[in-house]
Ligand binder design. Sequence first.
Ligand code: AVI
Length: 321
Amino acid sequence: MSSSLIENPSLHASPAAEFLDDVLKGLSSVPRSIPSKYFYDDIGSTIFDEICELDEYYPTRAESEIMYRYGDEIACRLGSDVRLVEYGSGSSTKTRILLDHLVDPCLYVPVDISNQHLARTADILARDYPLLSVAPVAADFTRPFKVPKSEFEPCRTCVYFPGSTIGNFAQEEAIQLLADIADRCERGDGLLIGFDLRKGIDVLEMAYNDRAGVTAAFNKNLLHRMNSELGANFDARQFGHHAFFNDAAGRIEMHLVSQREQAVSIADHSFRFDRSETICTEYSHKYSISEFEQMAAQVGWQCQETWSDERDYFAVMYLER
Ligand code: AVI
């Protein structure tokens, strides 16, 4: 079945003004930071797809392993005739594994902030799954958005949130997001969510410091994006990529590090950077299964089952409201 993109009004209020606002706020704060959602313009989304193919970046393969190995069990938990709403669908790679196992899903709603990437992916999926209704929604899922209804209402909803994107939120934001998802669901609806597990520091740090420099390019794309969309004058050669595991906080942190003293202007604002001063661009939290279960339980989600890969690097949890 064909798919037509539903553009969420909140995305069009003025995305450029919102980006500028968030950047000015983030660069004026101490320590400096920029929300990681701004990685995902068209180029950033493409670089992220490359990251997922890297030897060092284990999460994508570990999650796919779980989906292949336990696809039948997972599909059984979700039941038939489900409306599947995917948060941050990207290229929907893992979704295909799930769709291959699901029995008669009534509607697939991929929700993503990257408009072009979403439209392309939805079209390809609609072509490859001719019996599936696909209703893509271009939206920032941290904001309210309308979920299209299935023509076979009422049907059960299951939110699918793969890829450990939940780890990119500060812990209190992650709990708030889980609460927002619960608010948009009915009693008995499901949440299938992937998150990265705690593990040895070497494995973690290598995953975010790949030898080919793809993650560094992903990080620096943010500078190029600010230059092209906000008229900033960052010299990307004068910023380095730094990613490390913050053990106390249980997260990988990615930073852009100023290689010298320099000034950068954005709109009418000027920012002075000392040598070695950083802009934090991403948190990637790593949880234990019990930690995550407790976090979700605080906001009304009951864990039904958890699957992990052979090395216990990654977990996929099914919860119900
Ligand atoms: C999308 N997200 C789960 C990735 C992560 O691992 O936190 C983003 C990423 N950043 C660097 N490499 C991958």
